[in-house]
Design a protein around this ligand. Structure first.
Ligand SMILES: [Zn+2]
Ligand SMILES: [Zn+2]
Length: 253
């Protein structure tokens, strides 16, 4: 389900940050508590945030643990910021998902399809750039058919594959991402729209993938999809994404 009505207005898009990790994620900074995240969001003037700690392959039990920690904290907090307790879940292969049970009370299901550097992630048989792209495509279409995600985390971005395999296979940044054609992006976005699945504008990739992000945004706008902005914050100072709003206006919009 969408968290908000589709909009292409930067002020509205950047009034929320739907990708924030706390110290419940191994990669989150130790002092990144829910309280620290909300304080930073308030200072940045954000209206809504989503907490999206990692649920990597085979980590599904962490969902319940995280909720036990965060739910009472949210209840105690006095703030105008609306807080969604979600997760960055894994689609770690064709029809392989963390969170198999549909009725877990998760308020935002952000699914990553491209953490290929993680243990337990399915690798394609054809380990060429187009082999990886086709694998991503099958995983994305399966996810759309399943209706599981509310949004896709950093979709199409190849940096995790490149970082892991640049020496083995000679991959370079964009070698997979740039293979996606406008038609392929448009078809996927049209299919996702029917299921009310949103697409992330992940600010951490704006500078490295600017040309792709411009294409992605404009095709999405044409199709009429919902975009969710997220800064993938792992520390309180990364919750405020206003720097990237300016970058978005000047280079992507
Ligand atoms: Zn991620
Ligand atoms: Zn993340």
């Amino acid at each position: 389900m969408y968290l908000h009505e589709p909009t292409y207005d930067p002020d509205e898009l950047f009034s929320a940050n739907y990708h924030i990790h706390t110290n419940l994620s191994r990669c989150g900074r130790r002092d990144m508590t829910l309280y620290a995240a909300v304080k930073a969001a308030q200072a940045a003037g954000l209206k809504e945030i989503a907490i999206t700690d990692h649920i990597h392959p085979f980590e599904t039990p962490k969902l319940a643990r995280n909720r036990r920690v965060l739910l009472p904290q949210r209840e105690e907090m006095e703030t105008n910021v609306k807080i969604f307790l979600g997760a960055e879940l894994s689609a770690h292969g064709e029809k392989k998902y963390t969170l198999q049970y549909a009725n877990f009370p998760l308020e935002y299901r952000l699914y990553a399809h491209n953490h290929y550097h993680m243990r337990g992630w399915e690798q394609p048989e054809d380990r060429s750039p187009s082999g990886y792209k086709e694998h991503c495509k099958r995983v994305l279409y399966n996810m759309i058919a399943s209706g599981k995600p509310d949004c896709f985390a950093h979709p199409f971005i190849d940096r995790y594959i490149v970082r892991e395999f640049e020496e083995d296979y000679g991959f370079t940044t964009g070698c997979i991402t740039n293979l996606w054609t406008d038609n392929e992006l448009g078809d996927l976005m049209t299919a996702a729209k029917e299921k009310q699945i949103a697409w992330e504008l992940n600010t951490t990739v704006f500078r490295t993938y600017t040309d792709f992000m411009r294409r992605y945004f404009h095709i999405g706008k044409e199709v009429g999809v919902c975009f969710n902005v997220g800064s993938d914050a792992h520390s309180a100072d990364k919750v405020d994404h206003s720097f990237y709003k300016d970058f978005f206006i000047h280079n992507i919009l």
